[in-house]
Design a protein around this ligand. Structure first.
Ligand code: PLP
Length: 394
């Protein structure tokens, strides 16, 4: 069991205060380094992003925007209007342009959807991405359907449908694969579930992690055909995690045309920016997608490799994940907070606790997948943390 030294405990308290100030999200790494300079950060395994994809985007940006002098246009001029960018994206996605809404990150879309398309009640599956309850308007109740760790956080479809029938929400949220646990409902099951939820006015399907989902093979799973069958669907896509570009703030959603019109009528005209628009153009280009596909598969290899190694560490229980992170439960009696502090202070490895996640009871940490080299550092740090603890106990 991990016991912190007096010095570690003092630092851990400061880290805890920073975390508290950031609410239900983690403090950004730059805030963190500024406020706790004693920590020498080696790996940020808190933030969920594919580093190989970031390399790819940066490389293109350097060649096509910086060296060509187009950066000036990107910052001097207004970006295209929402509808113009939507049109380009629609071609790539194989949907109608009128069904696409572009957001300043998916978070802006979540906010817009919750503020505009709920009159009665929201149902979220917990643990969840906190914005799905925090952004709900005052006076609108939120009911939580609990995903159980005994069931590897998998959704029990019959039980869930019964819950929805009892609660009568007008908006439900399905994040697939789910954050923070990585659980995944196969497309066949999802399709079946959606047909049983036709009576719900709005179903938000958050597919932000879908590029990491594997259904037997490594082909990319696509949900846009489900929208054709279920007009009550709002498919929300963040590009921050799979492309490793959270700083660009680029996301989009596919939804009924009348919903796009409602949102655009009240704002969001120029809600992107020059660099995000450039990235969305890249995203819509075939040769970039082909390169990205390699970066995606390479990252899935990295995930499988670290997953196997993590599973061999006896002090933790690793939950199955179809996302780019693993939710891990500490089972040797250590507190998750102490493990997080030890990893950070002794090894420079930053992971996230699950302490602020409602519906997550127990000692949980979420470990983001990084590159192969960084994954090794994470695993070595974990092993060393537990081995030190054992040595001290002996
Ligand atoms: C990170 C995340 C988002 C928000 O992503 P941005 O595009 O960066 O705003 C939305 N949904 C889920 C499930 C996420 O994990």
């Amino acid at each position: 069991m991990i016991r912190l030294t007096e010095k570690e405990r003092t630092l851990a308290r400061r880290i805890h205060e920073l975390k508290a100030a950031a609410g239900t999200h983690s403090p950004s790494i730059s805030t963190f380094l500024e406020k706790v300079p004693e920590v020498e950060l080696r790996v940020d395994a808190c933030f969920l992003s594919n580093p190989h994809a970031t390399d790819l985007v940066l490389d293109r940006l350097e060649k096509e925007i910086i060296r060509t002098g187009k950066l000036r246009q990107c910052i001097e001029l207004y970006p295209s209007q929402n509808g113009v960018i939507a049109e380009r994206l629609a071609r790539q996605l194989g949907v109608n342009a009128g069904n696409v809404f572009v957001g300043n990150g998916a978070i802006e879309i979540i906010e817009a959807v919750l503020h505009n398309f709920v009159n009665r009640k929201v149902v979220d599956n917990i643990p969840t991405f906190s914005s799905y309850y925090e952004f709900v308007n005052d006076g609108i109740p939120v009911s939580f359907y609990r995903l159980r760790k005994e069931n590897d956080f998998r959704l029990d479809i019959d039980e869930y449908v019964a819950f929805i029938e009892r609660e009568r929400p007008d908006l439900v949220v399905l994040i697939n694969p789910n954050n923070p646990d990585g659980s995944y409902l196969s497309k066949v099951d999802l399709r079946g579930l959606l047909t049983r939820l036709r009576h719900v006015e709005t179903i938000v399907l958050d597919e932000s992690f879908v590029h990491f989902a594997c259904e037997g093979d490594r082909e990319r799973v696509q949900y846009y055909d489900l929208f054709a069958e279920n007009p009550n669907l709002v498919i929300v896509k963040s590009l921050s995690k799979d492309f490793g570009v959270a700083g660009l703030r680029a996301g989009y959603a596919v939804m009924a045309e009348h919903r796009v019109r409602t949102l655009v009528k009240h704002g969001y005209l120029w809600n992107t920016n020059g660099l995000a628009e450039y990235f969305l153009k890249l995203y819509s280009s075939g040769d970039f997608q082909a390169e990205y596909e390699q970066a995606r598969r390479r990252y899935l290899d990295d995930r499988d490799e670290i997953g196997a190694v993590l599973r061999a560490i006896p002090q933790i229980n690793v939950y199955p994940s179809n996302a780019n992170f693993f939710l891990v439960e500490v089972v040797d009696g250590s507190s998750a907070a102490d493990l997080v502090a030890r990893l950070l202070i002794q090894h420079g490895v930053y992971v996230r606790t699950g302490a602020d996640k409602i519906g997550l009871e127990g000692e949980f940490v979420r470990i983001a997948i990084r590159s192969r080299e960084e994954n090794r550092i994470i695993v070595d740090a974990l092993r060393a943390s537990f081995e030190d603890a054992q040595r001290l106990a002996a």
